[in-house]
Write a protein that binds this ligand. Sequence first.
Ligand code: ZN
Length: 275
Amino acid sequence: MFLRKKVCILIIFCLLCVIFAVTACSTKIKCPENADAQISQRETLVQISTIDALLSGVYDGVVTFETLKKFGDFGIGTFEGLDGEMVAVDGNFYQVKADGVAYPVSESMKTPFASVTFFDTDREVQLPEGMNYGSSAEFLDRILPTKNIFYAIKIEGTFSYIKTRSVPRQKKPYPPLVEVTKNQPTFELINVDGAIIGFRCPLYVSGVNVPGYHLHFLTRNRDAGGHVLEFKLKQAVASIDNTSQFLMILPGEDSDFYKARLTEGTQDDLEKSEK
Ligand code: ZN
């Protein structure tokens, strides 16, 4: 009887050891103190999956918007099944569906590709009237301190013209993005107030994100928008958030991402799909 009690105590002790070990292992690793000071979530561009995965038709959701919101209050992306264009500003997330209308995003929805950050303005500049996509990009490029970091960009004001597009929800087996965008619905808005939301990524991100500018639009009434193809400014202020940190979250083991061929050059497909 006494021996059995001893064995019992030994088993309980072993179990406690296992529980302690598991708890210790799952505790987050803390950065060294000097690194800690330099790492700031507010200065980090957080990206879900890669642009080449999206181009090759990996449209299954990777994270919920409930999770994505923890990584940023500002950004762009798309939805599970490629169900429209995502645009987020001031912590409010919108889905511009294939009808061009902006709908609020529920936290349980998922994204297969998105880029977000917490927006803090580092520089604000008035953009000259009459500028279009190309000349605004050149203007901003000239005032950026370097082309080698990421920038979150917000252009708020009145647009005499803006052309956007969205994409319709796809069914499996998913076609590549370049096939979907061949028949993309486009929208032209005249004299509209709103905000262009997006990023300028360094050219070296090719394959991972969109090199250069990738911009989405949301009207001031937050009722329409999409992926920006062209615009002409009436009056607008550009706010720039210098972002020198980058975190990438890749899809899990059960995802098509594991089997996707991401070795081929996709620059042509990217030009056709995004520009
Ligand atoms: Zn886009």
